[in-house]
Design a protein around this ligand. Structure first.
Ligand code: CA
Length: 229
């Protein structure tokens, strides 16, 4: 699920955006002013940031500049007030990915968000398409959260499906534990790498012919996991 941070001091607008983005299936975090917005951006992982320019304490431009300087490459959409043409240019030069002028239509903003997420390849969402995958002993229908072995239903938790889906979408590539944690649990959850490892053990028991000698979900020591199919 894509996580979006909104930094906006107009509470009405913030709440409206938050509600609408959540309705669209995004996970939303918010900040009401610049300082906390910058801190959230530096300390968390988001797929996208919607950043108002005129903010108390630290402006959107400065947040953008500081974040880029600190190596944060999360896509940023700036919200600028009408007529701030020069500021738009400045914003893009400071490392923003797009801008939108207030007042804007929600539909336009959603289109920009989708375009950016598509570009950055973070739109993977379980259930977004029908997909029946053959993974080891399992046949998995990700859309319906169903798994079978020899036509018999196999019980799997929601999280197990999500982990499996993420690995499957990155098949033959190493997936970092941190990425798995932030993608499947979201960054606010206080989970440990051990939790992830335990889920992997459970999945192996359902997938692998010999769970102690896995051939599908490989451990990449010190990094994470790799699904090989
Ligand atoms: Ca403002």
């Amino acid at each position: 699920m894509s996580r979006i941070l909104i930094v906006e001091d107009e509470k009405h607008m913030l709440q409206g955006l938050k509600d609408n983005l959540e309705f669209e299936g995004y996970e939303v975090d918010v900040a009401y002013e610049g300082q906390s917005g910058l801190e959230k951006l530096l300390n968390n992982r988001y797929n996208l940031v919607i950043l108002d320019v005129m903010l108390p304490n630290i402006s959107g431009f400065d947040i953008c500049k500081t974040a880029r300087k600190e190596g944060v490459n999360t896509p940023i959409i700036l919200l600028t007030a009408k007529g701030e043409e020069i500021d738009k240019v400045v914003g893009l030069e400071l490392g923003a990915d797009d801008y939108i002028t207030k007042p804007f239509s929600l539909r336009e903003l959603l289109a920009r968000i989708k375009a950016i997420l598509r570009r950055t390849g973070k739109t993977d969402q379980i259930g977004s398409k029908t997909q029946i995958a053959s993974i080891g002993k399992l046949s998995v229908n990700f859309k319906n959260y169903e798994a079978f072995t020899d036509e018999k239903a196999v019980k799997m938790s929601h999280k197990e499906f999500e982990i499996l889906y993420y690995l499957f979408n990155n098949v033959n590539n190493t997936v970092h534990r941190d990425d798995l944690m932030s993608k499947v649990w979201g960054i606010d959850y206080d989970i440990t790498t051990r939790t992830v490892d335990n889920f992997i053990l459970k999945l192996r028991q359902k997938i692998e012919d010999d769970p102690n000698n896995p051939r599908i979900i490989h451990t990449v020591h010190g990094v994470g996991y790799k699904m090989v199919l």
